[in-house]
Design a protein around this ligand. Structure first.
Ligand code: PEP
Ligand code: MG
Length: 339
């Protein structure tokens, strides 16, 4: 729940020991050696921020209902089964994005089926009947992990990332799918594939999931038999095919972080081009609106689980597009419910 300031160039050489600075994480500025007036103003802003945050926190356990009676689903983005990750279960409508790659990033060795099963089961049991959307391994790009020893690529965001990597490492993918399906016997599991570029990717991943399910059935093991299966919409080619893919998938979730990166051709992790990373670019909004209309027409659930889902400016617009389900970090839930 604390705002943070990132990407201050040369911070280590600009700053000196013992120097007073203002870290304005909301405004996105670092003020060195501030004047007494600047300090006083910053203190007032900090106090106002604290008061506003306390007022907003009162909305955490409210139901998000529109003036016309429509009920918005607010789900959580989580990265593991730790206490802090699960603390929001009672304030949310489920998990809209379980970033399972963090399970792989924490150790030197690949997590076994049993280790993954226990983590996924813990999350599913905590959320009970509420849906938990487990996103399969999304490693590569900015997310590296020691246990996979991935090759260096010149353009990692456009390279062997996520599903593409899983197709290359079928045993790794198979282990995860088995663990997820088995854990799904203990809750309301939905499985989602990241970095889907089109129907080929979707069908190939779905076939691998079906094979894992068939194997579990043949072995007489308990698993999620009627789990919903969907995709992330985060590559423009699949957003533009939304009307077609909506016929096949059970649901989708728009990953606006990557959709913005790929639609605007701007590396989301490169601060030298961050002014080109425009969340409200009309080109991006057209992709989102087109996707929303396509899924509405097909009668399939669609959510937004990128940062835009918890963005106070974007939220009313998404609802205007007919997207009634958003997923975000716990720190954004109260504010979104208030809106
Ligand atoms: C996204 O791309 O918007 C998303 C939710 O996935 P990640 O940020 O993990 O790439
Ligand atoms: Mg993404």
């Amino acid at each position: 729940g604390l705002p943070a300031l990132l990407g201050v160039k040369d911070a280590m050489s600009i700053l000196h020991d013992g120097e007073t600075v203002i870290v304005d994480a909301v405004g996105g500025a670092l003020v060195t050696s501030p004047s007494p007036e600047e300090l006083a103003q910053a203190r007032t802003r900090a106090e106002n921020y604290r008061r506003k945050t306390q007022e907003t926190a009162l909305y955490l356990d409210k139901d998000p209902i529109l003036a016309d009676g429509g009920r918005i689903q607010i789900k959580l983005n989580i990265g593991g089964a730790g206490q802090e990750e699960l603390a929001g279960a009672k304030y949310s409508d489920g998990v809209g994005l379980f970033r399972t790659e963090f399970v792989y990033m924490s150790g030197q060795d690949l997590p076994s089926e049993e280790e993954q099963y226990k983590i996924y089961r813990k999350v599913l049991m905590e959320f009970g009947d509420k849906p938990v959307i487990l996103r399969t391994l999304d490693i590569g790009g900015d997310k590296q992990c020691a246990c996979l020893n991935l090759p260096c690529e010149e353009n990692p965001f456009l390279g062997k990332r996520a599903l593409r990597l899983c197709f290359d490492l079928p045993e790794v993918f198979h282990t995860q799918l088995r663990a997820a399906l088995r854990a799904g016997a203990h809750g309301n599991l939905w499985i989602m594939f990241p970095m889907v570029a089109g129907l080929d990717d979707w069908r190939r991943a779905k076939a691998m999931l079906d094979a894992a399910a068939a194997e579990l059935a043949a072995a007489g093991l308990a698993y999620a038999k009627d789990c919903k299966v969907g995709i992330m919409i985060e590559i423009p080619s699949v957003a533009l095919m939304a009307d077609v893919v909506a016929q096949e998938v059970d649901f989708a979730s728009i990953g606006t972080n990557d959709l913005c990166q790929y639609a605007l051709a701007v590396d989301r992790a490169n601060q030298t081009v961050c002014e080109y990373y425009q969340m409200y670019h009309p080109g991006l909004l057209r992709l989102i609106r087109f996707t929303a209309e396509a899924f509405k027409a097909a009668g399939k659930p669609l959510s937004v689980c990128g940062e835009m889902g918890g963005d106070p400016l974007a939220l009313p617009m998404l609802i205007g597009f007919g997207i009634y389900e958003v997923s975000m970090g716990l720190s954004a839930v109260a504010q979104s419910k208030k809106i």
